[in-house]
Design a protein around this ligand. Structure first.
Ligand SMILES: Cc1cc2nc3c(=O)[nH]c(=O)nc-3n(C[C@H](O)[C@H](O)[C@H](O)COP(=O)(O)OP(=O)(O)OC[C@H]3O[C@@H](n4cnc5c(N)ncnc54)[C@H](O)[C@@H]3O)c2cc1C
Length: 540
């Protein structure tokens, strides 16, 4: 159980390390440092993964397109990490077959694509969770993907990568940090860095629930605030310009008739973008545009929607989606290494990662990917150890199964099959039973126990999507969800996958209220506030 306790920040300090920001980088840094025996605090302004980490394309991948930029090392590291994550978290990392239809006039023709995919397979090495690529004739491509436009189609390819649920991935890494002894508190914002004699010595942290602000002292502070990193009060000017911010948008559309993901090339600007199956919907993204506003205010514009629908439509032909098909959307802000004086387009900027030390006592990771964050967190903690005069030892996250991974040594498919059957006997429909196994891992037993006590919680929250009401309750009681948005956006991603009705939102609020200590009036207010924020109007 992930228990939130702000007072631990006050009582357990001073810490060796204060990590500011509970995205994937902060989460891995906290877990790795705690496993190495350091006293660790991790604070998050809103909720775990609520920044860039919930807005990714949800891929654990090498990044085929980076081969065009000759970033072989970057791709190879990410592919090796894809394999490692699939071993450590088989419930969280799922193989995806990608399709690449090739059309006459595409920027990357068949020969170049074949060479790129051959190299991708070679860089991946053995024991990968996905099969190697295959070339498909035009006839076979038309048979496999009959809904695609056929004009100019010359053939295609398939290759493998992996997908995940990014917000739950991040949540589980935080859970692992807590198991390792880190004090982790969400809805706790570092409002200002504290300047000590030797440099930064912690931060003032504000508790959004109690309204208290406390000084959290630490020998080293890590600014893992992602796109907010430059705004942290107390940072010197040299720490502010380290990152270039780039916005990326995804649209949520109905499912395609196949389980494949698609890698496509936009005709307008030659950019690669994806169609990705996710919980019975299709994610279409991403865009890539420079961004200079508040990362918390990033929005999806009509131009973003037009770009993605038009480019997807070029391939889907007669089956193209229109704006009325869009079920949801989300935007995130990527942090890229800023190289002043270059005028390269956001798409051409390296996705490499670097560790900066803009002030004494302060470290700041910049750039990177969901896929490679574990390795880069380990590099950060090695650096931390040298600042603290501690021997770093071996990387502890390298072989450690995720906190909610099914028992070690158990065949994953057997485990998933068994618990899916158990879920259906408790009243879950098969798709929800299977997804809850993947989403909750070994904590599923707690959900099943609750369903035994209250079988009514087995029903879906939204009829089209595989999330049951029991999961919302589980989120509030076991997973440190504090607000309705924590439940409806990250513990279950309904907020982006469906247009919820006010009745559905009220029902969820009523069910989580006892777990969160809300009165019925408070639950009604929370539901109304959430609906207003998401533009959901009551039916008259
Ligand atoms: C559109 C898009 C698609 C992507 N797709 C992929 C992909 O498919 N695969 C992949 O590997 N990578 C992908 N990435 C990259 C990946 O998502 C990011 O590298 C990663 O999520 C960055 O994590 P982070 O922890 O650095 O930042 P964040 O997730 O933004 O975390 C920073 C956290 O700090 C918190 N914070 C800010 N200020 C404070 C404060 N003062 N006090 C406390 N907390 C604070 C924020 O609330 C936030 O939660 C994608 C990125 C984008 C934008």
């Amino acid at each position: 159980m992930m228990r939130r306790d702000f007072s631990q920040l006050e009582e357990y300090g001073p810490f060796d390390v204060l990590v500011v920001g509970g995205g994937i980088y902060g989460a891995w840094i906290a877990q790795d440092a705690a496993l190495r025996g350091l006293r660790v605090a991790l604070v998050e302004r809103t909720d775990w993964g609520a920044g860039t980490s919930q807005a990714s394309s949800k891929l654990l991948h090498g990044g085929l397109r980076y081969l065009e930029h000759f970033k072989f090392g970057l791709v190879q590291r990410a592919l090796l990490e894809r394999r490692r994550l699939a071993e450590l978290a088989p419930h969280r990392v799922h193989p995806l077959r990608f399709a690449i239809p090739v059309y006459r006039g595409d920027r990357v023709g068949r020969l170049k694509m074949e060479a790129g995919l051959w190299l991708y397979d070679r860089l991946a090495g053995g024991k990968q969770p996905v099969p190697p690529h295959r070339m498909l004739s035009r006839k076979r491509a038309m048979e496999d993907w009959p809904f695609l436009g056929t004009e100019g189609l010359v053939g295609g390819f398939t290759y493998g990568d992996c997908g995940t649920d990014d917000a739950r991935f991040t949540l589980e890494v935080v859970a692992g940090a807590m198991v390792a002894g880190a004090v982790c508190v969400n809805h706790a914002e570092a409002v200002e860095l504290v300047m000590g004699k030797q440099g930064i010595s912690g931060a003032m942290v504000h508790d959004a629930l109690s309204g208290r602000t406390s000084q959290v002292m630490a020998r080293v502070t890590v600014n893992a605030a992602g796109p907010w990193g430059g705004n942290l009060k107390g940072m010197r000017a040299e720490g502010r310009g380290l990152a270039r911010l780039v916005k990326g948008v995804h649209l949520v559309l109905p499912a395609l008739p196949v389980d494949d993901a698609f890698l496509l090339t936009a005709r307008r600007d030659g950019r690669v973008f994806f169609l990705i199956p996710w919980y019975g919907r299709t994610l279409v993204g991403t865009t890539d545009t420079d961004y200079s506003g508040d990362p918390g205010e990033v929005t999806v514009t009509p131009e973003d929607i037009e770009y993605l629908l038009t480019e997807a439509g070029r391939v889907l032909g007669a089956n193209a989606w229109t704006e009325s098909d869009v079920l949801g959307s989300f935007a995130g802000v990527r942090t890229l290494i800023n190289t002043p004086g270059t005028d390269s387009s956001p798409t051409d900027v390296t996705r490499e990662w670097t560790l900066e030390s803009p002030q004494p006592g302060l470290l700041m990771p910049v750039g990177g990917k969901l896929t490679s964050a574990r390795v880069e967190a380990a590099i950060t903690v090695q650096h931390l150890c040298s600042m603290l005069d501690r021997a770093p030892g071996a990387c502890p996250t390298r072989r450690r199964p995720f906190a909610w991974a099914p028992r070690d040594g158990m065949d994953y498919a057997d485990w998933e099959g068994g618990v899916t059957n158990a879920g259906t006997t408790l009243g879950l429909d098969p798709a929800t039973a299977r997804q809850s196994a993947r989403r909750l891992g070994n904590t599923l037993t707690t959900l099943h126990q609750r369903l035994r006590e209250a079988p009514d919680l087995a029903r879906r929250i939204h009829p089209d999507l595989p999330f049951c009401m029991g999961e919302a309750v589980h989120a509030a009681s076991q997973e440190m969800a504090v607000t309705l948005d924590d439940v409806l956006r990250r513990r279950v991603p309904l907020a982006i996958l469906a247009r919820l009705t006010p009745e559905q939102v009220v029902e969820v609020a009523d069910h989580v209220a006892p777990e969160l200590g809300w009165t019925w009036e408070r639950a009604a207010d929370e539901a109304t506030g959430w609906c207003e924020q998401h533009g959901i109007v009551p039916r008259s």
